[in-house]
Design a protein around this ligand. Structure first.
Ligand code: CP
Ligand code: NVA
Length: 305
């Protein structure tokens, strides 16, 4: 049985299979609709945090593939509070055919997978956001054609989204550059894993506190909120150190002329990204958001292959 918890767990071939499946399902959808590949299946969606994209794209993905999605709000299940994670997992396994969970602590999604008798998808944890990663590499493939030799620059806080990006990039042979302030750089365990993947694929990793050095000649410029869900008490402190990493027109001028700009959204416009960039000609933000739905379909179908 397969789970989908972090891109680090996938082989490069598996990652490419999911991306190809996403392209196929997207093409099919655009030319009239998908066959009911998940007919009769129900996805249980556990949310400990808010969501627009993840919730709606999973719901639509199941609908288009002939299945059904069940939204379970933070107050309903109270994962680990009202009931243990292990019990929730075993009970849900008797009712539905696949679980998606958005959690604070990554250990909770690992625990769900440990006890379930059905596939478990990580819909975002403090450690990783692999569904976002699939949509992101799908978007890069569509805009850039290939991964090998292209440079992906991430500017800002090294968070769950960054982890999925560095794992995917180093598996697919993209060069990865991180521009982050001191104290907000990559976790050593994430760096060690990424270095291992980079050694196999030939991609290069650069980590710097200089945003100009990080963005130089980038093909893809990516940013995310400076304060992730669960870190709200640090927001003020973070607003003081991150401004040099804001993706604005002046900084973007250092990337390649045809670079695309990406953001997983929700964006804090005027903080990590300006309106001029988010709404400008290089923005791929809404292609990326749409691709969440196509990526989600591919993940779901792949889990049952
Ligand atoms: N990018 C993303 O996961 O968005 P939501 O938090 O709205 O699901
Ligand atoms: N890093 C952000 C991503 C939101 C989709 C967070 O965890 O809040």
């Amino acid at each position: 049985m397969r789970h989908f918890l972090t891109l680090a767990d996938l082989t490069t071939a598996e990652l490419k299979d999911i991306l190809n499946l996403a392209i196929q399902l997207k093409t099919e959808w655009k030319s009239g609709g998908n066959p009911p590949l998940l007919g009769g299946k129900v996805l249980g969606m556990i949310f400990q945090k808010p969501s627009l994209r993840t919730r709606v794209s999973f719901d639509m993905a199941m609908l288009h593939l002939g299945g059904h999605a069940l939204y379970l709000s933070p107050n309903e299940i109270q994962l680990g509070k009202r009931e243990s994670v292990a019990d929730v997992s075993r009970v849900l396994s008797r009712f539905v055919q696949v679980i998606m969970a958005r959690v604070f602590d990554h250990a909770d999604v690992v625990e769900l997978a440990k006890w379930s008798s059905i596939p478990v998808i990580n819909g975002l944890s403090d450690y990783s956001h692999p569904c976002q990663g699939i949509a992101d590499f799908l978007t890069i493939q569509e805009h850039k054609g290939e991964f090998q030799g292209k440079k992906l620059t991430y500017l800002g806080d090294s968070n769950n989204v960054t982890h999925s990006l560095i794992f995917g990039a180093t598996k697919l042979g993209m060069d990865f550059a991180l521009g982050a302030p001191e104290g907000y750089s990559l976790r050593p365990d994430v760096m060690a894993l990424a270095q291992q993947f980079a050694a196999e694929s030939g991609s290069k990793i650069t980590v710097t506190t200089d945003p100009h050095e990080a963005i130089k000649d980038a093909d893809v410029v990516y940013t995310d909120t400076w304060t992730s869900m669960g870190q709200e008490t640090e927001a003020e402190e973070r607003r003081k150190v991150f401004p040099p990493f804001q993706v604005n027109n002046a900084l973007l001028a250092y990337a390649k002329k045809d670079a695309i700009v990406m953001h997983c959204l929700p964006a804090h416009r005027g903080e990590e990204i300006t309106d001029e960039v988010a709404d400008g000609p290089q923005s791929a933000l809404f292609d990326q958001a749409e691709n969440r739905m196509h990526g989600q379909k591919a993940i779901l179908v792949w889990l049952f292959e």
